[in-house]
Design a protein around this ligand. Sequence first.
Ligand code: NAG
Length: 217
Amino acid sequence: MLQLLALAAAVPAVLAQTYYGCYVDPPAGSLSGSTLVDYTAMTIAACELHCTGFDLWAVEYGGECTCGNALAQGSFPSFSTDCNVACPGDPLVACGGGNRLSLYGTSATAPAVTPYPHAPVTAYQDEGCWTETAGVRALDGPMGFSATAMTVAECGDYCLNSGHLWFGLEYAQECYCGGALNVNSTSVLPAECNMACSGNGAQTCGGSNRLSVYQWV
Ligand SMILES: *[C@@H]1O[C@H](CO)[C@@H](O)[C@H](O)[C@H]1NC(C)=O
């Protein structure tokens, strides 16, 4: 009986949680509150319990739980499939990934993000279909990948939050960011960008060595 009571007390009474998604963890970290590391039994509930009193909690790389009330600069939504490490104590649930946080919190709305600096922009415009370049990529900034969930908007937001105004989608599932297109990339006929986006069959995400290019303006 005593043991049963002890078990019951270890489970959070109210799971008032919202899953906001998979977020980038910048080099300096995303959440500045308390930390709990447990690579053998971590669960989202264990992290939530540890973070009682905080608005946000997140698990990274399977076993690293952190708490906080706001996201640091450079922490912003990434591609959903980046959070691909199972919770050691609950293998059907994701507990982040490499430099990626499964982010939860108490509010129904996602926390504000502070992107890396960029010029003020309001929308992105279609720049057409361009070739990939050899040696260095046509857009050589951060990249993202999602075999099942890539869309033009997700790539655009990811690159803008990374501080890059140009973005391109390639081979259905790849997203590349940059400050400008490499001068060796050439414009080709729209039909050469012939692959549907992995996350939206109605959108075009480049082709083989072809980029559907956009620019935030
Ligand atoms: C463009 O291609 C030339 C010839 O291959 C190469 O020497 C040059 O470094 C390339 N420029 C850039 C910016 O990648």
